[in-house]
Design a protein around this ligand. Structure first.
Ligand code: FMN
Length: 361
């Protein structure tokens, strides 16, 4: 399958855009384990146009992440158009429009899934973004606003006509939020009855290698987009690829590999955000990495007490699953300072932002 000029192999796996999760440190790990396409978290058009520092920070992308999409949202046609120009100047491979976010404060202004109640405006926003850039524009949306208004077949055709080069569908309605099962039968219907020539990216509940394969087999989608299944589990891309190729699951990562990846994730976060913020933001991630492990909550508690990256890594390396209360001293030569310096050097500089961005701000 192709998105504009970007060619993918068979059955590509996409990392879903996820607020506060799919940042550069996490994306670099997912890429290493096989993500074929990734996105930033959604970025407010208003924030970009009004120069909010937080929104501009989310534009950071790195050469080794390509192909990478930057996702924007907003319900004001003019503002989304201006935001698309700002994003265009940063140089992503794709600009993605979020028409799927179910959160009240987004939908009430016609942003995210809110626009599913106003298809003509959805078209106007899409056309404005397509006109603002030469880059491929893609859309991520849901089946409809609620069960009584599922118009995804018509919406998909409209989006293709408006110039969209690929469509990702989270197979739930806005009313479902994240509840109930994703309705994969709709993905199949879009493939079979939609009459689309652009690729369809399936999303929703593809959370294990088995389910990822099942989504391809049962729906015929061109790519599968993985969200929650990747949180604390960047190995899912590798595991799903091995499973689809051989029918066998690779052994799960050892405790040591898991700890090394957590340490690296933390180090990359600190490098990207500064140590204080990196340490704080990383706290949300431990639950995912240690889910299902004995004494995971004890480990999390120990980590959360620590203020510095180095001390956290020390805690991690010291932790014994079988004796969580006992803190074993790490021999000096095994201390992680050297490890972390080597890892820190890995996070490269962001893609150089052209002058145009500075002028646009
Ligand atoms: C923590 C979190 C943050 C999310 N943020 C975004 C976002 O910024 N943009 C977006 O299009 N979808 C966002 N989503 C939705 C996911 O991209 C995806 O559509 C949804 O989780 C269903 O896929 P899954 O079952 O594989 O998780 C988010 C989901 C989660 C769990």
């Amino acid at each position: 399958m192709k998105i504009g000029p970007i060619a993918f192999g068979e059955r590509p796996l996409f990392l879903a855009p996820m607020e506060d999760v799919s940042d550069p440190p996490f994306r670099i790990l997912c890429k290493r384990y096989g993500a074929d396409m990734m996105y930033t978290e959604f970025i407010s058009s208003g924030g970009l146009v009004h120069d909010a520092e937080g929104s501009h920070k989310k534009l950071d992308i790195f050469e080794e992440e390509r192909p990478i999409g930057i996702q924007i949202f907003g319900g004001d046609v003019g503002q989304v158009r201006e935001a698309a120009k700002i994003v265009d100047a940063v140089g992503p491979d794709v600009i993605d429009i979020n028409f799927g976010c179910p959160v009240k404060k987004v939908v009430c202004k016609d942003g995210g899934a809110g626009i599913l109640r106003n298809v003509p405006k959805m078209r106007a926003i899409t056309e404005a973004v397509v006109a603002a850039t030469e880059r491929p524009v893609t859309v991520k949306t849901r089946l409809g606003w609620n069960d009584a208004s599922i118009r995804i077949l018509e919406v998909a055709r409209m989006l293709e006509e408006a110039g969209v080069r690929a469509l990702a569908v989270h197979a739930r309605t806005r009313a479902q939020m994240y509840r109930g099962e994703a309705r994969w039968a709709w993905l199949r219907r879009i493939k079979e009855e939609g009459g689309l020539s652009i690729p369809l990216i399936g999303n929703g509940d593809a959370t294990t290698p088995e389910k990822i394969r099942a989504m391809f087999d049962e729906t015929g989608v061109d790519a599968v987009m993985i969200g929650r299944g990747a949180i604390g589990n960047p190995w899912i891309f590798r595991d799903a690829k091995v499973f689809m190729a051989t029918g066998e699951l690779p052994p799960p990562p050892s405790w040591e590999e898991r700890v090394a990846v957590v340490a690296e994730h933390l180090t990359l976060k600190c490098r990207w955000l500064g140590e204080r913020k990196g340490v704080l933001e990383m706290r949300r991630m431990y639950g995912g990495y240690f889910k299902g492990f004995r004494h995971a909550s004890r480990l999390r508690q120990l980590i959360i007490e620590e203020p510095s990256r180095e001390r956290i890594i020390e805690r991690l390396l010291n932790f014994r699953e079988d004796a969580p209360a006992v803190q074993v001293a790490v021999p000096a030569k095994a201390r992680p300072a050297r490890l972390s310096e080597a890892l820190a050097a890995k996070l490269p500089s962001p893609v150089a932002r052209p002058e145009a961005v500075e002028t646009a701000r």
